[in-house]
Design a protein around this ligand. Structure first.
Ligand code: GAL
Length: 419
């Protein structure tokens, strides 16, 4: 059994030189949806690392949060018989492409570098197909976070972190009464679904979340608890500004960063925006779990799936890209910028800000406690067809098309039809 050390940034940097010496490798064409300021800053870390090893980067960005548009663009490329070298992918999408036989095999580099010993089981479930490594995990994000502008809260007289849902509603009300936008939100289905991850977890707890979104139990999906979760979404609807519809997530993050708004409920990629804006997480921007979800984590891991390409040079570059992604040096350099936490359990938290340290501790604790749950909104609880069916009901309810009882009924019907 390999003994795993805990990598610090200094140790990782010292070892970085041993990565593949610079040799001209086939360039990699990479399809991804990291187009915001914080995302682009994080992606540059990977581009530059590969560039130093003589591996060029042909960028194929497809804007659209949560990867919806990117997966559509990917399907078109593969149908045309011309897949990219590597694609940013989430959870069940990786498994679906692997089942189609479209992905390459990363076992050689995974075995040589001991990935099995350091990548959490919950992530490996998506990185491997039939026991073979077919994707390299870049990070672990989580969605049940609230971000808050500390100065806005202070001006509104919100001096305590809300611990319960009612305290959170009271804090939102105080910020609204102070003349600020209480909840910064972008009215897009994937963003409402991202909020819904934490609201369902907060309302029913981890076992209920698992029954509803992972087991797709119609009893849970249509339950009174789910009706209450939709009621909570209706409460949040009263705290967004009139121009929320269609707003991109990073523009909502900017409203919190510049003090226009008090709160945002969003995955910790929002932290990448705050860092990119020069703000200090844990001080200028406060972070806490959606009230009622402390102790549990709804996670999603960004992975680069390597498509099955013919040329040996392209495969060598894929292996080099995967090796870079999994290197401790990259896992620290990338995740401290991206807002996520490392996809390896042997990384020290010393280089991470207060919110990153909390994120790493929460991930380890939830892993241990069996409260680490795949994000429904970001493709880690169920396949895309089911995820999109849930999106449709949640956004219809948020936009007033259904009352909460009807929404729960529609949820049962929509999930059943998508399975
Ligand atoms: C998530 C992805 C994050 C970020 C976010 C917003 O699905 O894991 O890295 O890109 O979408 O688009």
């Amino acid at each position: 059994m390999r003994t795993t050390r805990t990598w610090t940034a200094a140790m990782a940097l010292a070892c970085a030189g041993t990565l593949a010496a610079a040799q001209e490798g086939a360039p990699v064409e990479v399809l991804h949806w990291w187009t915001s300021g914080g995302e682009a800053a994080a992606l540059n870390v990977l581009k530059e690392a590969l560039g130093e090893q003589g591996i060029g980067w042909n960028d194929m960005p497809v804007a659209g949060g949560g990867g919806e548009a990117a997966m559509t663009a990917l399907r078109a490329r593969v149908t045309a018989g011309n897949p990219p070298t590597a694609v940013q992918m989430l959870g069940f999408d990786i498994q679906d492409w692997a089942a189609e036989g479209a992905l390459g095999n990363l076992n050689d580099v995974a075995e040589a570098e001991g990935w099995d010993e350091v990548v959490p089981e919950a992530i490996q479930e998506f990185s491997k197909y039939e026991g073979n490594w077919i994707a390299a995990p870049v990070n672990v994000h989580s969605t049940n976070w609230v971000w808050a502008n500390a100065a806005v809260l202070e001006e509104a007289g919100v001096t305590e972190q809300p611990e319960t849902w009612d305290e959170f509603i009271a804090a939102l009300q105080a910020v609204q009464d102070s003349g600020k936008i209480a909840l910064a939100h972008g009215g897009q289905a994937w963003q409402e679904a991202t909020i819904f991850d934490g609201v369902v977890l907060s309302t029913g707890g981890p076992d209920f979340y698992r029954a509803a979104f992972i087991d797709l139990d119609p009893e849970a999906l249509g339950s009174e608890t789910m009706v209450e979760a939709f009621d909570r979404m209706a409460q949040l609807r009263e705290f967004v500004d009139p121009n929320f519809s269609g707003r991109d997530w990073n523009l909502a993050s900017a409203m919190v960063a510049n003090g226009e708004a008090g709160f945002q409920i969003m995955g910790d990629w929002a932290k990448g925006e705050f860092i990119n804006a020069g703000l200090t997480p844990g001080e200028d921007i406060l972070c806490f779990r959606v009230p009622g979800t402390e102790g549990a984590v709804t996670f999603n891991s960004d992975q680069f799936a390597m498509f099955d390409v013919a040329s040996e040079e392209a495969r060598a570059s894929q292996a080099a890209m995967a090796s870079n992604i999994m290197s401790p040096e990259f896992q620290i350099a990338f995740n401290t910028v991206k807002g996520s936490v490392p996809a390896r359990t042997d990384i020290s938290d010393e280089a991470f800000d207060a919110c990153g340290k909390k994120g790493m501790a929460d991930l380890a604790a939830a892993s241990e406690a069996g409260t680490l749950l795949g994000s429904m909104a970001h493709g880690h609880a169920n396949p895309a067809a089911v995820k999109n069916a849930i999106y449709d009901v949640v956004t219809a309810h948020f936009n007033g098309e259904y009352d909460s009882a009807t929404a729960a009924e529609e949820l049962v019907n929509a999930v059943e039809a998508a399975m």
